[in-house]
Design a protein around this ligand. Structure first.
Ligand code: GUE
Length: 285
């Protein structure tokens, strides 16, 4: 990719609107047969940022002719109580998708909770099975943020084959599955994390940079190879990404803004996965 004077802005708001339009048509078709696609979101504790994201997801459902249920559990909830809640949602035929909002309070075994979600309802790809399917390239529902990153790359026709992608971060619902999806599309993938030495040198070799660190404005402009595509999956307080936007935009060939980049597409993917899950569950009965 050659360096342009101004980078292509990867407009997540516009792509999300397009995706949501199609989701809404599918949701309306299902509703006309008596099934309203329904997402259940579980929020444990009272982190205000998490509460905002959960509300945004519920609003997005409503706007796309879908239903949402928010299950709020207090900060003291035990793993067993959370597992019981998930089991109940698994059994509920009116619920098609289940999203457990990450992170959960420290006393909860998050892996056990994720793995308790019925695979057919795992619209955020958080189960061990969902991740394994993502890694092998046939996930029904990969995690929503990695899916959003791939949707943006595809929409803007950013080549991956044989190109070097550097993912910064290895969380189970973001960095790791993003690396697997990029690998599946024939990128050469490097995963960097808190123990990586010479991070800048790795990032400097990247044609595609995925920032999923959780540290505001962490990725510096000077690290970016001229012309690289920069995808900022960070969500920090105050709507700040993981990328120093102005400095990175000065070198990048393409870049996602925050807000208006990966975030809105993440929510569109969540809706898309939930409608697909509802379609599959209707077909089964
Ligand atoms: N199991 C799980 N799956 C998730 O996908 C998940 C999660 N847990 N925990 C929390 C993070 C955070 N997250 C965001 C999604 C959209 C925006 C988003 O749309 N942001 C807007 C701006 C937000 C605003 O206007 O306040 C934007 O970037 O334009 C942000 C953050 C999903 N997460």
């Amino acid at each position: 990719m050659n360096k342009n004077e101004t980078p292509t802005i990867l407009d997540g708001t516009a792509l999300a609107a397009e995706l949501r339009q199609r989701v809404q048509e599918r949701a309306e078709a299902l509703a006309s047969t008596g099934t309203v696609p329904t997402l259940a979101t579980i929020l444990v504790g009272d982190d205000p940022a998490s509460a905002t994201y959960v509300r945004m997801k519920a609003n997005a459902c409503r706007k796309a002719a879908m239903a949402s249920r928010i299950v709020r559990l207090d900060a003291q909830t035990t793993t067993e109580e959370l597992l019981a809640c998930i089991a109940q949602l698994n059994r509920d035929p009116q619920v098609h998708g289940i999203l457990l909002q990450h992170p959960v309070p420290p006393q909860i075994d998050e892996r056990r909770a994720f793995d308790a979600i019925a695979p057919l309802k795992d619209v955020d790809g958080v189960t061990t099975l969902g991740f394994g399917q993502t890694a092998f390239g046939f996930a029904r529902y990969p995690s929503c943020t990695p899916a959003a990153i791939m949707a943006l790359l595809e929409h803007y026709r950013i080549d991956l084959r044989g190109r070097h992608a550097v993912v910064i971060g290895r969380s189970p619902i973001l960095g790791k599955p993003a690396a697997m999806l990029l690998l599946e599309r024939n990128a050469t993938v490097t995963v960097c994390h808190s123990h990586t030495s010479e991070l800048e040198r790795h990032v400097g070799m990247a044609d595609i940079v995925v920032a999923a660190v959780g540290r505001p404005r962490f990725v510096q402009g000077s690290w970016i190879k001229p012309g690289a595509a920069v995808l900022d999956a960070g969500y920090n307080p105050g709507n700040v990404g993981d990328v120093d936007y102005a400095a990175c935009a000065a070198r990048a060939g393409a870049i996602t803004p925050v807000p208006g980049g990966v975030g809105p597409v993440t929510i569109a993917k969540l809706l898309e996965h939930t409608v697909a899950a509802a379609e599959a569950q209707v077909a089964e009965t």
